[in-house]
Design a protein around this ligand. Structure first.
Ligand SMILES: Cc1cc2nc3c(=O)[nH]c(=O)nc-3n(C[C@H](O)[C@H](O)[C@H](O)COP(=O)(O)OP(=O)(O)OC[C@H]3O[C@@H](n4cnc5c(N)ncnc54)[C@H](O)[C@@H]3O)c2cc1C
Length: 315
């Protein structure tokens, strides 16, 4: 029997995030199989899981815990997908597709839409790996990741494998049971629908264009910094009690657009995007998050909750 060597633990590694700020991982591992991931977690139950780093702010002091990267081809079988069920499907048929946690969402969108499978084009433009997309239930105007899930394979912090049906995943607005850190996604099964290539690609283009025309996609950010809040009481000109309203609109109306602290700014294009300049500092982004939150609370009495996940610092 061939014994596989456990993944090497690399020291003082940069943590790749879309913000492009923050310190290093003192120790980082890149598992290639679910078994390796289980071993790592069983040994270090408080390890942090890194996907594409698109919803992550790492403090300037870095991260002391082991960081486990599930972020791309280096993850071997965890970065593989299987679209074989699409072969021979007729238009209108449901087709189930498997993908590992480390598969990049944009690659899966490309391969499924190339195969005329409809569904994931609705998530075009959202940077993520599959595990991060499931954990955050990534989505927007056109739909959310959880809409397409049949089941999710995960491991718990003791290293035991579990399979959760979509109903058990607790998908809600930018949340799921995987977003709390106890369960680590290793792979998903998605249900898509075989369509005609031209309309599937046309929808992909429409969603991509909407995304790039409304959000500063090329700036260094983590997408929306805050969740859209549900109003506890009615606010004139904003919304009724119980209504979910746009955090970007509140930020804008509180006069925060363009606000800058050191190397961090509130985007002029979209108030809920906080951006960092080249050579930026996480401390500046953290200070800006606090300042924006204080301004919105002062103006509207609404406390914004962060959507961005923060490692190594408290707000
Ligand atoms: C330009 C830009 C645009 C964006 N637009 C959108 C948008 O339209 N809609 C939207 O919803 N989001 C958007 N985001 C945010 C981001 O794309 C999503 O939150 C995405 O789901 C993050 O996935 P990730 O793999 O990058 O996760 P990461 O940022 O690496 O991690 C985020 C959280 O998920 C956890 N996690 C990662 N992998 C796993 C795993 N395998 N198992 C369990 N937990 C895991 C991490 O520990 C962390 O807590 C945007 C971000 C950027 C930079």
């Amino acid at each position: 029997m061939m014994l596989s060597t456990p993944p090497a633990i690399l020291v003082d590694q940069p943590i790749k995030t879309w913000f492009g700020v923050g310190g290093v991982a003192r120790r980082l591992a890149v598992p290639r199989t679910a078994a390796e991931l289980r071993e790592l977690i069983a040994a270090e139950p408080n390890a942090k899981i890194l996907g594409d780093g698109a919803n992550l702010l790492v403090a300037d002091g870095g991260v002391q815990e082991l960081v486990i990267s599930l972020a791309g081809p280096g993850n071997g079988e965890l970065a593989a997908s299987d679209l074989s069920a699409a072969a021979g499907a007729a238009v209108g048929d449901a087709v189930e597709v498997d993908a590992g946690a480390a598969v990049h969402l944009f690659r899966l969108i490309r391969s499924t839409t190339d195969a005329a499978l409809s569904g994931l084009e609705n998530l075009a433009g959202i940077p993520a790996c599959i595990g991060g997309a499931a954990a955050m239930n990534a989505g927007g105007k056109y739909g959310s990741f959880g809409d397409y899930v049949v089941h999710v394979d995960a491991i718990d912090r003791r290293g035991s494998a579990v399979r959760l049906s979509r109903e058990a995943c607790g998908f809600g607005y930018r949340t799921s049971v995987f977003g709390h850190g106890e369960l680590i996604v290793t792979g998903v099964r998605l249900r898509l629908v075989k369509g005609e290539l031209a309309p599937v690609k046309a929808k992909l283009k429409e969603v991509t264009e909407y995304k790039t025309s409304t959000q500063p996609m090329s700036a260094s950010s983590a997408g929306c910094a805050f969740k859209n809040p549900t109003l506890k009481v009615a606010i004139e000109g904003i919304g009724a009690a119980g209504q979910r309203v746009s955090a970007g609109m509140l930020i804008d109306r509180a006069g925060c657009k363009g606000m800058t602290i050191g190397t961090a700014s509130v985007s002029e294009q979209h108030g809920n995007f906080l951006t960092a300049s080249k050579e930026g500092k996480a401390d500046d982004v953290l200070a800006l998050i606090r300042a924006v939150r204080a301004k919105v609370a002062e103006r509207f009495g609404v406390t914004l909750e962060t959507e961005v996940v923060i490692w190594g610092a408290e707000l």
